[in-house]
Design a protein around this ligand. Structure first.
Ligand SMILES: *Cc1c(COP(=O)(O)O)cnc(C)c1O
Length: 423
């Protein structure tokens, strides 16, 4: 008999985020259509987390495919240093229309981590070009910004950073403001700003994804942002996860009055079709790189920068996102989440539930254990029930594609309730 994909996988592949000795198997998916994933045995799963928050318009979305196909047959790849092309120009125009008002420049990267990496380098060189040496970043405890060195350094979730700790930049960490600790957080910031030369503050606006979809209030974050803006510290919003409608507005930064200087985007940017990321910034940052000295330019580049095919996917995404139908779906999911939130909160095993836009997170009481066997048990329970959910520690969270049907979303809720009751 032919070996299965699952068996062939084990011969040569090394998966990300995995201890292969204790977790040798990977599920082989052969098809994705809309909200449904199909495995090699023909079993179907509802993709309740949009394949890591990317496929917000459903898998193999027709509109995105058409845009990509047209581009595939026109211009596949061209270096972006000294060359330009219609998809990149068009995408920059469309993005600037929807990004917070102060953004005016689009810089291309390959993935979320490198978008953060470029943002960090931009901030450091911005000060450097102006003749100031600033060497410290402020970041939230439990923040996540990616796995390359700079991104790893600013990430506060350091459980897996052990071997690299000695090679990371110096970061000052503050707790996320929660209303109760606001005064303390501002005092900490005051002390940091006095003591260090701070280049910038990097934050996941309103939702800390990898920390377990932890949601905080816009008015609390606003306090931190306006405090730092007054002290001339650059604000770097990592919207890799929150961008493109997730929080009910186009960008999470739209919920706050103080707008970021630099924004990192990826994940939903191409609707999951192809990898790409963007670091946008305001004109003033760009201007600090203009000089007759060549070396004051931003000498940071990835070979596939502004790949035309990826750009064509993103152009389709922006069009889809702004349709009335899609905005209506986002509102509908937001409403369904808040109704379910009230219901599930009555369950004794549930500690807290929060939701913002299409993101819903349920934290269970700690008797469930963190990253223990129970987490694996909950995971396989969901998969057996045909719902692809990926609990993070004690937190079960949903971030369904915007196009999900009511029936499918209700099925997800039902399976979550069942899991909490039975486990
Ligand atoms: C996923 C994520 C990243 C890293 O993006 P990759 O494409 O996985 O490198 C960075 N920041 C945030 C907030 C993310 O959610």
């Amino acid at each position: 008999m032919e070996p299965t994909l699952k068996e062939r996988d084990k011969r040569h592949l090394w998966h990300p985020m995995k201890q292969h000795q204790t977790h040798p198997d990977s599920l082989a998916i052969v098809k994705g259509q809309g909200c449904i994933l199909t495995d090699e045995d023909g079993k179907e799963y509802i993709d309740a987390i949009s394949s890591w928050y990317t496929c917000m318009f459903g898998h193999c979305n027709d509109t995105i495919i058409k845009s990509v196909y047209k581009q595939l047959t026109t211009l596949d790849q061209i270096m972006f240093s000294d060359f330009t092309h219609e998809p990149a120009v068009k995408l920059s125009e469309e993005l600037i229309k929807i990004l917070p008002n102060n953004q005016n420049r689009i810089f291309f990267n390959d993935n979320g981590s490198t978008a953060v990496e470029a943002a960090i380098k931009m901030a450091l060189q911005y000060h450097f070009n102006k003749g100031e040496k600033r060497d410290t970043f402020i970041a939230f405890e439990n923040g996540f910004h990616g796995d390359t060195f700079g991104a790893m350094a600013v990430s506060g979730l350091s459980v897996y950073n052990g071997p690299f700790e000695d090679y990371l930049m110096d970061i000052e960490r503050i707790p996320v403001p929660n209303g109760l600790n606001n005064v303390k957080v501002l005092k900490m910031l005051d002390a940091i700003v006095l003591k260090k030369n701070v280049a910038g503050f990097i934050y996941e606006p309103l939702v800390q994804g990898a920390a377990g979809m932890k949601i905080h209030e816009a008015r609390d974050l606003e306090l931190v942002l306006s405090f730092l803006r007054k002290r001339d510290i650059l604000l770097l919003a990592d919207e890799v996860m929150t961008g493109f409608g997730k929080t009910g507005k186009l960008f999470a930064s739209d919920h706050m009055k103080t707008k970021p200087d630099i924004i990192c985007l990826s994940k939903a940017l191409t609707g999951g079709m192809v990898p790409m990321a963007i670091t946008s910034c305001k004109e003033e940052i760009y201007e600090a790189f203009l000089s007759n000295e060549i070396s004051k330019g931003f000498f940071h580049c990835h070979t596939y920068s502004a790949n035309p095919i990826a750009c064509s996917a993103a152009i389709a995404v922006i069009e889809l996102l702004q349709t009335e139908a899609m905005q209506k779906k986002i509102k509908e999911i937001t409403k369904m989440h808040s109704d379910f939130r009230k219901k599930i909160l009555r369950n004794k095993k549930v500690k807290t539930v929060s939701s913002l836009g299409v993101i819903l997170s349920i934290e269970l009481n700690s008797e469930f254990g963190y990253y223990g066997n129970l987490r694996d048990k909950i995971l396989s329970f969901f998969m057996d029930e045909g719902v692809f959910l990926r609990p993070l520690g004690n937190t079960i969270y949903i971030q369904p594609p915007y196009i999900i049907e009511k029936k499918q979303l209700n099925r997800i809720y039902e399976v979550i309730e069942k899991a909490i009751d039975e486990l």
